[in-house]
Unconditional design. Structure first.
Length: 259
């Protein structure tokens, strides 16, 4: 089939992020086993599902999946569902860290319900819009069902990134200067959320501009969005794995001291 459209940057950016994701997920599994908290489990799940989603965004992988299944745009739907699960997991992580235990269960149910509702809206839109010869990208913004599908997905990611940016910035401020590792981690995560906001603004802004009849250059959007997405993933990987690095360094120091 090999119908997946892509730019030269896609394979490089998403391939690098997939390789990095495998390493980071392994590190998070190590931490979750040592400290099986809600936050650590959510982080581990988030990185694992993110790595799977990013792998499906690699053009070679996407084309192989389409050839194997015979279903157009299945990799794109999978990548988007993984992205929603990733965002929801990060929300639950920060809720566990930032909110009081009395509110924790309610906050978890609220965010999980919203994520599930978004997926349940996206799947019928995907089924309706998934006709031969189309792709779920801004290149096919002239297809109204595809445009609606993408705006629903991007709207959820945008709102999630806004909340994550706020909570990570607040946590970074509260941890300074007593816990510099945590401050740097939350700071990097806040930057990642800002790049995520930029990614959704780039794609969603183009779709809205197309709807009102004044879109900017499609080539610019196709270069900008993968770059912003890749930067968001890299900064988030850095931010949420700094505690693992700290734990490994402290363990190495204790080992050298005992010798």
């Amino acid at each position: 089939m090999n119908s997946t459209t892509s730019t030269p940057l896609d394979g490089l950016i998403f391939g690098f992020c997939t390789a990095l994701g495998v390493i980071v997920t392994a590190a998070c599994i190590y931490r979750a086993r040592r400290k099986p908290t809600v936050a650590n489990r959510c982080i581990t799940f988030a990185f694992g599902i993110c790595t799977i989603g990013v792998a499906f965004a690699i053009p070679v992988v996407a084309n192989a999946v389409e050839d194997l299944t015979g279903v157009s745009n299945l990799p794109k739907l999978t990548a988007h569902i993984c992205a929603i699960a990733w965002c929801a997991s990060l929300q639950l992580t920060m809720v566990d860290i930032a909110y009081d235990p009395e509110y924790l269960r309610t906050a978890i149910y609220q965010r999980a319900t919203i994520a599930i509702a978004v997926v349940l809206v996206m799947i019928p839109l995907w089924l309706k819009a998934n006709i031969p010869g189309t792709q779920f990208t801004t290149e096919f913004a002239n297809q109204v069902p595809i445009r609606i599908y993408l705006l629903v997905y991007l709207g959820y990611v945008f709102l999630t990134c806004c909340e994550l940016a706020f909570m990570c910035t607040k946590s970074a401020t509260l941890n300074w200067p007593g816990r510099p590792w945590s401050t740097c981690g939350y700071g990097a995560s806040a930057i990642a959320a800002l790049f995520g906001i930029g990614y959704t603004a780039s794609k969603g802004g183009y779709l809205i501009a197309y709807t009102v009849g004044s879109p900017w250059s499609l080539k610019l959007e196709e270069k900008l969005s993968p770059a912003l997405s890749g930067l968001a993933i890299v900064f988030l990987f850095i931010g949420l794995t700094l505690p693992v690095g700290k734990a490994l360094i402290e363990k190495a120091r204790r080992g050298s001291t005992s010798l």
